[in-house]
Design a protein around this ligand. Sequence first.
Ligand code: NAD
Length: 273
Amino acid sequence: MSVFDQFSLEGKTAIVTGATGVLGGAMAHGLAAAGAKVAILGRRAEKAQEVVDAIQATGGIALATPADVLSTDSLNIARDAVIAEWGRIDILINAAGGNMPGATILNDVTFFNMKEEDYDGVVKLNLHGSLLPTQVFGEVMVEQGSGSIINISSMAAARSLTRVLGYSNAKAAIDSFTRWMAMELAQKYGAGLRVNAIAPGFFVGEQNRAFLLNPDGTHTTRGQTIIDHTPMGRFGEPDELVGTAIWLASDASKFVTGVIVPVDGGFSVFSGV
Ligand SMILES: NC(=O)c1ccc[n+]([C@@H]2O[C@H](COP(=O)([O-])OP(=O)(O)OC[C@H]3O[C@@H](n4cnc5c(N)ncnc54)[C@H](O)[C@@H]3O)[C@@H](O)[C@H]2O)c1
């Protein structure tokens, strides 16, 4: 037996929410390449099927399970589809999420006139959008006595990033949720149940592209400020999350729970001086 066998996801099944997006998609491909059967969960059925087709084209096994992470009913349908097809759920990556313009303090929006419903919207998507899938899919893991849940945090959770108020508050809550769930699941339901998070640095995704890059591909002022505060001097590539995701999903991390792993080119440790 090789030391690398503990990283294999052969025989495991995974659900990746937001797998229709940039980071969730990269991690879904990575889990499939490591041997997992992967359910692609996103709101848009056609987009989910495109990701499935791309994974299958590389020899992986995948299933489209369109659902809204804010609708327990649709998550239940997705869970039933995965159980009918594969019989178990070993890995959940909660990658649906992101910033939303209304709760961003920019242009005419100040802290004082920001609408409560806009704040609620971004908190709902990022916090409840991880909590509800954890309830629906985590319950299956509890019945099995094993499972690994991976939440997606952000640099905005632990440090203050200008503008993104609602998003920062929601991601800080994700860190707290990760630690709390890690304790709850291991204590009450057994050591086979683990909850961790990845805190990505700055990666160019659909929702933040215009914040980071000008139409000609050069950095915006904010994009350049981020690069200047990233010791490695560049944005991340979505594939660079895959190794950490496989480690946290696999038996290689079986005594690891409640941690938040930065994958950030050093952003979180740099004081700026
Ligand atoms: N891109 C970055 O630099 C970065 C950095 C730190 C954290 N993150 C986090 O990583 C995660 C993925 O981000 P991304 O950059 O890949 O964004 P993305 O916009 O490319 O992907 C997000 C995906 O989630 C889906 N989604 C949104 N709402 C949904 C809902 N209600 N139900 C189901 N699916 C829904 C979207 O359709 C999209 O496919 C998010 O939680 C984001 O906050 C991103």
